[in-house]
Design a protein around this ligand. Structure first.
Ligand SMILES: Cc1cc2nc3c(=O)[nH]c(=O)nc-3n(C[C@H](O)[C@H](O)[C@H](O)COP(=O)(O)OP(=O)(O)OC[C@H]3O[C@@H](n4cnc5c(N)ncnc54)[C@H](O)[C@@H]3O)c2cc1C
Length: 300
């Protein structure tokens, strides 16, 4: 793409939100380019079962292929690269760089996603694919029915996640990492009422073995066995490019947006995990539809 071409919209990130934005904008016959670093969280999903239209589920990588194919069908171009600098010019347009490559655009949709804080667990990658380690009970708590489940998380966050996970007819233990004293006694009592056990000592060692489950050794030497572990150590929203432009965000980087997904920087929109705490494929797709349509309307 020639350096001097002014795009209607540059989409940064080519996961769910970015590609859905491109489908909408191309179908509105807009001049759009997606630049993607190729690390969508979709590639970490062994099989998603809550995407409408796929009742038997679909592996995340296959879904990503299908979404890319869908965007390509309408002529959306995806450039591989990582945007490392984004600036807003005096006339309100944007300049973006990926190394030496440069693009200019009237509008930008930031669809850069989020990343989970990974625990120190032996065999993590295989466990993620095998379903022994899961990050998202909203997505797959349903699949843990009847299983022994550990939740690894500190204080209030770990407690809330344990309560959420305990709603699926399973057997839950909160690995509290010695933060159980930081929560209110009535919350602890509620957790116990829901049948959640609390492992108070710090886990010294956690290991997942495909097909065999999760082994936890506590500092006192006690060994616990689980079928599944949910790390609940937090999430980082990938919003640095917007923050550098002065966009407002929460402490964890989640961008503030209006009803049309516009950030507090005029012309800069955000869609998907970067701007929401309900990290879901359906939410990312909906954000994209809203942002792309708002941009199209602004260009009329
Ligand atoms: C293990 C796991 C299981 C999950 N299961 C489900 C499920 O069953 N159902 C469900 O609804 N959701 C599930 N999710 C969540 C789902 O994957 C996300 O909500 C969804 O992918 C969000 O889409 P997104 O477009 O916001 O971000 P992503 O799909 O993560 O895409 C972001 C893209 O932006 C790119 N990027 C980042 N920075 C830059 C940059 N500076 N320049 C260029 N590109 C950049 C990244 O490389 C990436 O390709 C799961 C997530 C995980 C981790």
């Amino acid at each position: 793409m020639p350096d001097e071409q002014l795009l209607d919209c540059l989409v940064i990130g080519g996961g769910v939100a970015g590609l859905m934005s491109a489908v909408y904008l191309k179908r509105y016959r807009r001049n759009v380019l997606v630049v993607d670093a190729g690390k969508s969280r979709l590639r970490l999903i062994p099989r998603t079962r809550n995407v409408i239209g796929f009742p038997d589920g679909i592996p995340g990588t296959e879904l990503w292929d299908r979404i890319r194919e869908h965007a390509a069908r309408y002529g959306a171009e995806v450039a591989h690269g990582c945007i490392d600098r984004l600036e807003r010019a005096g006339d309100g347009t944007f300049d973006a760089w990926s190394g030496e490559q440069h693009w200019r655009a009237r509008y930008v949709i930031l669809a850069t996603g989020a990343s989970d804080v990974a625990p120190e667990i032996g065999g993590l990658d295989a466990a993620l694919q095998g379903g022994q380690l899961r990050y998202c009970p909203v997505c797959d708590g349903f699949e843990t029915q009847g299983q022994r489940v550990a939740v690894l998380g500190r204080a209030g966050h770990g407690l809330r996640e344990s309560l959420f996970v305990a709603g699926f007819g399973n057997e839950v233990t909160w690995l509290a990492m010695q933060t159980q004293d930081e929560v209110a006694p009535e919350d602890l009592a509620r957790l116990r009422e829901c049948g959640v056990r609390i492992a108070e000592q710090y886990p010294r060692h956690i290991h997942c073995t495909p097909g065999q489950g999760v082994e936890v050794e506590l500092q006192g030497g006690t060994r616990l066995a689980f079928d599944v572990i949910y790390p609940a150590l937090g999430l980082t929203h990938v919003s640095e490019l917007a923050l550098a432009l002065g966009a407002q965000a929460q402490a964890d980087g989640q961008l503030k947006v209006d009803a049309h997904q516009q950030t507090t920087v005029p012309g800069l929109y955000a869609a998907g995990d970067v701007s929401v705490d309900l990290n879901q494929i359906s939410v990312a797709a909906a954000h994209a539809a809203i942002a792309a349509t708002a941009i199209h309307n602004s260009l009329l």
